[in-house]
Ligand binder design. Structure first.
Ligand code: NAD
Ligand SMILES: O=C(O)C1=N[C@H](C(=O)O)CCC1
Length: 266
């Protein structure tokens, strides 16, 4: 079987760098180009920290897909560019694996429709850490029995989107099974705006941003006389790479849209 030919968007970023390492060190993967809004026309090997990566840097995604044969795009950029990249990839017959968070519901619907039309696989993964995916699944199990839930997500202070993609996905998964209830006292009032966090179908999501953190989430359930806390911590970005590998392997075998690794973890 031939190698999976991969383009990474956002190679100089915190996640992008880690993903370049993964692709370079995986026998059946081949890095064929990268997308960056800087350094167009250079080789990635000319950029500090990428000495062995003799692949071209493109700023224009269309030019990249016209010049280079690509199977999979791994996107680790920003919601705005991630959406543009995923859409363009599908239009060029390239399968997107997207870790970028902050997509809207409409964005997801558009990509799902495009996948169907093109009969191509596409994986959107709010969290590639397999432990985080299990934390979401366990939270969904608990949500069936406990309908009072507070989600506390904690990330580094350079994160652009809040709440995190993981927190939104967790709330969506719990909402599928949870008996709907508006939490807290019916007359509760915020004396400082935002004190109760974001409200997702009556559940509250709190976003903490601090230097020193990477990616963490705690889902707390409460009922008469008891609480249950389910927590996951990523201590480095290597924690996400086994999920990136799983997503790339899987996207080559499917022709459907997948939102969340829980749908492909056996
Ligand atoms: N799914 C997951 O498991 C997971 C894990 C970590 C981060 N993330 C998400 O991945 C994204 C990236 O996170 P990060 O911490 O690496 O951020 P980062 O800011 O370190 O990296 C983003 C990179 O994208 C590049 N970029 C911006 N616009 C671009 C464009 N038009 N073309 C190409 N590159 C462009 C930037 O130069 C930067 O290098 C965020 O949305 C974050 O929430 C997801
Ligand atoms: O570092 C980030 O940014 C992360 N974002 C993801 C999210 O929004 O859920 C998950 C992991 C790290």
């Amino acid at each position: 079987m031939s190698n999976v030919k991969i383009v990474i968007a956002g190679p100089r970023g915190r996640m992008g760098r880690e993903a370049v390492g993964l692709v370079m060190n995986t026998e059946e993967f081949e890095l064929v180009a990268v997308l960056d809004h800087k350094n167009e026309g250079k080789l990635l090997s000319e950029i500090e920290g990428f000495h062995n990566c003799d692949v071209p840097i493109y700023s224009n995604i269309e030019a990249c897909f016209q010049d280079v044969q690509v199977d999979v795009l791994i996107d680790l950029t920003t919601p705005e560019f991630g959406m543009h990249h995923a859409r363009t990839a599908l239009q060029y017959g390239v399968r997107p694996v997207v870790g970028t968070t902050g997509f809207s519901k409409d964005d997801l619907i558009e990509l799902e429709n495009l996948c169907q039309e093109k009969e191509l696989g596409c994986i959107i993964a709010p969290n590639f850490a397999l432990g985080a995916v299990l934390m979401m699944k366990f939270s969904q199990m608990a949500g069936k029995y406990f309908n009072h839930v507070e989600i506390i997500e904690l990330h580094h202070d350079q994160k652009l989107d809040a709440p995190s993609g993981t927190a939104v996905k967790t709330a969506e998964m719990i909402a599928e099974v949870r008996e709907k209830v508006e939490q807290g006292h019916p007359n509760e009032k915020e004396t400082i705006d935002g004190a109760r966090g974001a409200n997702f179908e009556g559940m509250h999501i709190h976003s903490v941003r601090l230097p020193g953190l990477i990616a963490h989430q705690q889902v707390m359930f409460g009922s008469e006389g008891q609480t249950l806390t389910i927590r996951h911590d990523s201590y480095n970005r290597g924690s996400f790479m086994s999920g990136v590998k799983l997503a790339v392997d899987t996207v080559m075998k499917i022709d459907t849209f997948v939102y969340g690794l829980e749908n492909i973890m056996e």
